[in-house]
Design a protein around this ligand. Sequence first.
Ligand code: CA
Length: 149
Amino acid sequence: MNKQKGILSEVETAQLVQAIQEAELRTSGEIRVHIEQIQKKVSMDRAVEVFYALGMDKTINRNGVLLYVCMNTHSFIIIGDEGINKQVPGDYWNTIKDEVISFFKEGKIKDGLVRGVELVGQKLVELYPSTGENKDELPNEITSHEDLW
Ligand code: CA
């Protein structure tokens, strides 16, 4: 279950999954968190690669949002799918990113990600409120490098 190999404890992982579940309760949007220890690729290229590898472009409303973390490159990137990106200002994800990174700088990886999930969730609720059936289109599980290939 805990695949982040020392980055997050099992309890922290469970708390983060819980945050994703709660954030998705009131929106049709989908949030995923991917954490990896080592990566040599350019961070943005890798984050985009992960986004597609996780099938995050497959939601009906194109409203998936990925929070990507790489420890060795100190990267934190938020990627929204084209549906939601049309509706937020170009620098919108950076405002959330700055707040998350302020937690990371204190070594609070889990707290930062939980906050990031909450903030992304608030925007998703605003833009894509849940109407009736709210299918969980993408798993809430936290993924890491080993989950992809
Ligand atoms: Ca989900």
